[in-house]
Ligand binder design. Structure first.
Ligand code: KG4
Ligand code: ZN
Length: 408
């Protein structure tokens, strides 16, 4: 088998061990990622180059749409019913046996306690059974790093995470080192869009019954006139990078109630101006996000926090799949000389792939890999990185006006 006849047995043995070493060295590291922090049960197997070998996702979206919001015990039950199948499907599709895995990575923070608990329990049993190392994952860190699976983005970069549970701006300095520049003071952008969609009874709209609130608003806004309603952009006089959506949600709900009265429309029925309200709400959300992001860019530039070469803004989280919001952010990055990167929509919403990728990133750097799991706990609340929001506020940077004109 080995060309060792002329070299004698010693040479032959050396060749054999070298080949074995070479084989082990090139064998890719494989990570199983598991996500259950909110309302998606996700699992994926990735190799260390970011190739998705197998994945599976069970979304609870329809159940929660039907009940008018996420009920944590219901989310927990659905995770419990699906996790085994989802993980098995991801493994089967990858053709990888549990014993071939290098490690298992699972979201342990932040999220709904009842949901996180299911993923963590399952994962700990799995790693103990198969004697694999465990990598606990911060859900927001995973959203922030997903882009590196697809593009070679170097640190540091600015990241905007907009989802149903979070809205934040941070500087990513390393895979596990972030500076928190701003975050929502009340509800998240996606949550406010979900609630506006509910106030508009979009579930009863023939084109929207299976869409999340944000998706429904985006779809209807395409045919709406955003100028038909004027909603005030939040926090115009506060010169920091925090966000607030509760007041805007309130403005929109009041406008809906007023119109319902005018049109004699009962709760649950659709208003004639539903598309205009969707367009105006989406525009105000986009404009608020754009202004805070613009300030974050100027702050980072003033402190020399971004690289001279190819400074980048990464946008991720469920709301980042909104094309109108992406275009608004493009206006900001074009004006400030940043490169804008968003993962494809499928990877912006919660999934197992981003968790597995975070595991790969940590594995490559040898960070946070646990062989003893007795101490691992889930944490429903977990800030991302070092909070420098008050330093950003003290800088009180005034953002020059930008025309946010989007062709929708
Ligand atoms: O990241 P994600 O899947 O879950 C959380 O961690 O929250 O985000 C879900 C959120 C929901 O609020 C949903 O309405 C919103 O993302 N979303 C959108 C769009 N697609 C999903 N918001 C605006 N436009 C969209 N196209
Ligand atoms: Zn998320």
């Amino acid at each position: 088998m080995f060309p060792c006849v002329l070299n004698g047995p010693v040479r032959c043995w050396m060749k054999l061990t070298t080949s074995i070493r070479a084989f082990t060295a090139v064998r890719p590291r494989l990570v199983l990622g598991i996500e259950t922090s909110c309302d998606e049960t996700g699992a994926a197997v990735l190799d260390d180059t970011g190739i998705i070998l197998g994945e599976s996702l069970h979304s609870q979206k329809q159940t929660h749409l039907d009940s008018g919001g996420i009920i944590p015990p219901v989310a927990q039950r659905l995770h419990r019913e699906n996790i085994c199948r989802v993980v098995q499907e991801a493994l089967d599709r990858s053709g990888i046996e549990p014993n071939e895995l290098t490690a298992v990575a699972t979201t342990v923070k932040p999220g709904l306690s009842l949901s996180l608990g299911i993923g963590l329990d399952f994962s700990l049993k799995f790693v103990r059974l198969h004697e694999k190392p465990f990598i606990p994952i911060h859900h927001m860190e995973a959203h922030a790093l997903t882009v590196r699976m697809l593009h070679p983005v170097d640190f540091p970069f600015l990241v905007l995470l907009v989802s149903g549970g979070h809205t934040l701006l941070a500087l990513a300095k390393e895979i596990d080192e972030f500076l928190l520049l701003g975050q929502t003071l009340d509800v998240a952008a996606g949550d406010s869009l979900d609630k506006i969609a509910r106030s508009l009874s979009l579930r009863n709209h023939p084109e929207c019954s299976t869409l999340s609130g944000g998706q429904a608003i985006e779809l209807l806004a395409k045919e709406g006139d955003r100028r038909a309603f004027h909603f005030k952009t939040p926090m115009g006089q506060i010169y920091d990078c925090n966000f607030s959506f509760a007041g805007l949600q309130n403005q929109v709900t009041m406008a809906i109630k007023k119109k319902e009265k005018e049109e004699g429309v009962e709760t649950g029925q659709l208003l004639s101006c539903v598309k205009d309200i969707a367009a105006a709400s989406q525009h105000t959300v986009a404009s608020h996000i754009a202004k805070r992001t613009h300030r974050a860019i100027l702050f980072c530039k003033s402190k020399g926090l971004l690289p001279q070469h190819n400074p980048t803004l990464v946008v991720s989280g469920g709301v980042a799949s909104n094309e109108y919001i992406r275009q608004t952010l493009k206006i900001v990055t074009d004006a400030t000389g940043l490169h804008l990167l968003c993962p494809p929509s499928k990877l912006c919403t919660d999934n197992g792939v981003m968790i597995a990728w975070n595991g790969i990133e940590r594995l490559k750097q040898g960070k946070g890999i646990m062989s003893h799991t007795e101490e691992v706990k889930y944490e429903p609340k977990a800030p991302l990185g070092l909070d420098i929001t008050s330093e950003v506020k003290d800088a009180a940077i005034k953002v020059p006006p930008l025309k946010l004109r989007i062709n929708s």
